[in-house]
Design a protein. Structure first.
Length: 422
């Protein structure tokens, strides 16, 4: 089997995902995607007529985010018309899956050069959800509201699922707040030290004016005392009626776990931030890299996909990590760095506890609680982040995984490449 290598990885800064407040909120999502696609092209002197495909991730493929962004954004970025594009949806996990599919294509020998990545403008998706509710449509849920499916696999709101897991697993509010505080402190340190500078490319308008060149969401002033004062975010929504039958998000969880008392733990300070952003990763074969004089930064060692209970939704990262480690023939101790998406603090808490990890190896530059979670893009961002940090530390292996709606988790292990391919 051929090897697949990551040549480069870039991302936009993450802008606050609110209309009228975020620096990127007025942009077209294709513009964010085109920004990183153009950066990958320019930084690597990429002849885009040799790009076999652009594999892109977008979770909410509606409104301005519909219409195969992989193809449209690559055209907007000035790619050759012979470079095709496709767009996928694995909810939050799509940004890893786009890279994993690129690796599979290269490793199978079917393709030689693929740009993978993702985009999400949550400032748009939040507005779309609001407009649908104002129009009298059902509140958005993970997947469609299929009564037949809900009877077999009841699926609730992700925040309620986070609270349910915390209640079930015995985590305390203070433990989860500590994860939120740690995320902010580590992100602040990383930003001050310029650890994201290698990957971040500024977003500019059509006149060349810089719209955003730094992450907009972090709150370095966060304290444990301040977090303790925040009200839980999902108390009201847990018991809001979803239909005439009185179905609620809480009842959907209790339909499968009738004895579970769901306590409310998560809030804005220990949950992922609502942001806009995009990321791109260049994946090639060894032969392509040699022919075009490209220096690989990492080798893709193994990838995996895992499903788990869709009712609890967020628990697949641990089995996904175990699966990808087994595929790679590696142990937990072989991994130098882990990135687990901080969708909610409990996801990271359970990941670290169940795998027996040290926080010294996990989310060392903060995570989505501090930096934000542009859903379809986050996985690609994390892959770039872990490669940057492996290079900075001289580490060898990094593992990235994240939960996704429907009870899923993709995963990937990368190995830092120190020199040119022999």
């Amino acid at each position: 089997m051929a090897e697949a290598y990551i040549i480069d990885a870039v991302r936009t800064p993450r802008g606050i995902g609110k209309q009228g407040k975020g620096a990127l909120a007025a942009e077209h999502p294709q513009h964010l995607a085109a920004t990183v696609l153009k950066a990958i092209k320019d930084r690597n002197h990429l002849d885009t007529s040799t790009v076999d495909d652009v594999i892109w991730s977008v979770s909410t493929q509606d409104g301005l985010q519909a219409g195969d962004m992989g193809r449209m954004a690559s055209l907007d970025a000035g790619y050759d018309i012979t470079s095709s594009g496709t767009t996928l949806d694995r909810f939050c996990g799509g940004g890893i899956t786009s890279v994993n599919l690129a690796a599979a294509q290269v490793m199978s020998g079917m393709e030689n050069c693929i740009v993978a990545g993702g985009t999400e403008m949550m400032s748009l998706t939040a507005q779309m959800a609001k407009e649908k509710m104002q129009a009298g449509l059902k509140p958005p849920m993970m997947g469609s509201y299929n009564e037949r499916l809900q009877k077999v696999h009841p699926q609730s709101h992700q925040g309620i699922c986070g609270d349910a897991i915390a209640s079930m697993e015995g985590f305390t509010r203070e433990e989860l707040d500590e994860i939120g505080y740690r995320s902010q402190q580590r992100a602040a340190e990383a930003i001050a030290a310029g650890r994201f500078d290698k990957s971040i490319v500024p977003v500019v308008d059509d006149k060349g004016n810089v719209l955003l060149d730094n992450d907009e969401y972090p709150r370095p002033q966060t304290t444990m005392e301040g977090l303790a004062q925040l009200e839980p975010a999902f108390t009201k929504i847990a018991d809001a009626a979803l239909d005439a039958k009185g179905t609620t998000f809480r009842k959907l969880v209790n339909q499968k776990y009738p004895d579970l008392e769901i306590k409310n733990f998560h809030h804005a300070g220990n949950s992922s931030g609502v942001v806009d952003g995009a990321a791109a990763v260049l994946v090639t074969s060894a032969d392509y890299g040699r022919k075009h004089g490209l220096k690989p930064r990492a080798r893709i060692v193994a990838t995996a996909n895992m499903g788990d209970d869709p009712t609890l939704m967020l628990n697949a990262p641990v089995p996904a990590a175990k699966k990808v480690l087994a595929k790679a023939g590696l142990s937990i101790d072989d991994i130098d760095l882990f990135e687990i998406n901080e969708a909610f603090a409990v996801v990271a808490a359970k990941f670290v506890r169940d795998l027996g990890l040290s926080w010294d190896k996990v989310n060392v530059n903060g995570g989505s609680i501090a930096l934000g979670h542009p859903i379809g893009a986050t996985g690609s961002i994390l892959i770039g982040t872990i490669i940057d940090e492996l290079e900075r530390r001289g580490g060898r292996y990094g593992l990235v995984t994240m939960c996704a709606a429907g009870g899923m988790a993709p995963a990937i292990i990368v190995e830092r490449v120190a020199d040119y391919l022999d």
